[in-house]
Design a protein around this ligand. Sequence first.
Ligand code: F6R
Length: 240
Amino acid sequence: MQIVLCESADQVGDRAADIIEARVRQGPAVLGLATGGSPSSTYQELIRRHREERLTFSQATAFTLDEYAGLPPDHQQSYYSTIRREFADHVDLPLDRLVTPQGDAADLVAEAERYDSAIVAAGGVDVQILGIGANGHIGFNEPTSSLASRTRVKTLAGATRAANARFFPDGDVPRLCLTQGLGTIREAKLAVLVAMGETKASAVQAMVEGPVSAHCPASVLQLHRRAVVILDPGAASQLS
Ligand code: F6R
C-alpha cells in the first residue's frame, strides 16, 4: 500500500486525477467510480483537464461502486444520477458505457451477478477510485463484510444512513443497497483511495496500520497488489 500525503484536499484530487489521466491516455480504460464527497475534487480536476487540456474519456468505460436499492436510475439521489451530475455529464464518456447496478431491478440477487459478470466481460477495472466511510467501509461494504465478498445486496449501517441523510431532504435514506464486494474491488488492477478531513482519520489509521480485518473493510487494501492511498493532513492525522 502506497501512502501519499498531500497539503490540501485539492491536492488530493490533483494526485488522484494524475493517476487516472495517465491510465486514460494509454488507451481504452475501465474506470471504477465512487460517489460521495471524497472523489469530488478528483472529478472536478478531471473535468477541468477535459475542458482545458483535451483529456478525453471517449474510449473509456466506467462502473460505479454501488447503488441504493429501490431507487430508479433517474431518481435525483441514485448514484447513477449523482455520478452523471458530478462527472459523466461534463466529460465525453459515452453514456452507454457508464454502468451502474440497477437499484430498482426486480431480482436484486440476479442483478448483482449480472454486474460482476459485466465487469469481468469489460476486462476488469483498470483504476478504481474509492472513498472511505468513518466506520472503515469502502463501497457499501460495512464492517463485518466478508473480505472475499462479491457484488451483492447489503443493509446500510445506521451510521452510513445518518452520514448520507444530508443528500435526502425528506430524510428517507434507503436501507438497502447493491455494492461491489471486497473481493470484486480487490480485483481492480489499481485501487486509489482518497480521504480528507479528521472525521476519516481513525478509519484511515485502522486501514493502514491496523490488522486486516472485516471490522475495517478498507484494510483489505493491505492485500491489494497496487493500492495508493492519498490523504490530506486531517485524514492522515492519526497515522504514526
Ligand atoms: C460511495 C462509496 C462510499 C463512500 C464513503 C465516503 O460510492 O463508495 O464508500 O466513498 O461513504 O463518503 P464521503 O466521501 O461522502 O465521505
